[in-house]
Design a protein around this ligand. Sequence first.
Ligand SMILES: Nc1ncnc2c1ncn2[C@@H]1O[C@H](COP(=O)(O)OP(=O)(O)OP(=O)(O)O)[C@@H](O)[C@H]1O
Ligand SMILES: [Mg+2]
Length: 328
Amino acid sequence: MPNEIVLSADRIVKTYTVGKRTVEAVKEISFDVFKNEIFALLGPNGSGKTSTIKMLLGLTLPNAGCINMLGFQIPKDVNKVLGHTGAILEGARNLYWHMSVMENVYYFANIKGKEVAQVKEPMELWAEKLNMANNLNMPVGRLSRGMQQKAALICCLAMNPSILILDEPLLGLDVMTMFEMEDAIRELKKYTTVILSSHNLRFVERVADRLAILKEGSLIAMGPINELKKSISLFQFRLTLQKREANWGYLQDIESMHSKGVKVKVTEVDDYTDIVELTLSQPELIFDIMSTLKEYNAVPIEISTLGESFEEVFLSLIERGEQLEACV
Ligand SMILES: Nc1ncnc2c1ncn2[C@@H]1O[C@H](COP(=O)(O)OP(=O)(O)OP(=O)(O)O)[C@@H](O)[C@H]1O
Ligand SMILES: [Mg+2]
């Protein structure tokens, strides 16, 4: 079935009270996650990603809103989905250190009501893929941090979860291990649905089908990366202009459009060429820019849209925040 929804969060809110202070960590956000997709939560530090993930897992209670996972209400029916979900939390060590990786897998299988025979094959499969086949009998406490992270992932995957939730799966990993994790996560799509959070934009760009961007607890954008790029390219342009004595005034006129919502950054390439980067609050403002250029007979020799790199898109969305409502 195309786009079958496996998780739905509807206007969820999380507020923490610390002494007399109240922190609105998550402010009425809503999103759906589709079967077998990789859905990424992105946002600056403190934007509410971990709080959202903890609510999805029933580890913390939402102050308002509903979560439906695999047809069950969270947190009310969280026990009914435990056997179908796996999670690795930010920096948390989910495993028992004195036991080997394999003993951990069998121990958690037992808790989840699964037989050793059910989990042995996926455990060996993922241990192989993650280059951990020789470490299955090692006590977790004696593995390196990257290996522990991989062991935690193997332990989750051995249970064949329908939904896997990973908060910062690349935290503290070296480049090689990051690539191994990335390959494994990309492959996971065949087996399960993945919800992850990460600050590593390159990784997210490579693995995620759709992403949701949080800023100060609000959802400011959501959709496939290409859609987000397109939405940005309507607002950001780079013009290369030939400077001539007769057209010097155009720049001043464009800069004076600031109050209308035009932001300008000029780079002088040489005595004859300017590169003008424009950020517009409305795509239609490009007509005003073009009229001004026409007035001064300043013909752009090159026009391009920004937003080609995901970093640019991300920063631009964060900068503009609430102006861009969730799309797609
Ligand atoms: N247990 C808690 N008690 C009080 N405030 C909390 C608690 N957990 C999180 N917060 C606050 O809620 C806000 C959101 O935090 P959260 O950990 O969800 O952000 P995050 O997006 O995961 O950040 P990071 O990228 O740093 O992991 C922050 O202001 C944080 O200080
Ligand atoms: Mg976090």
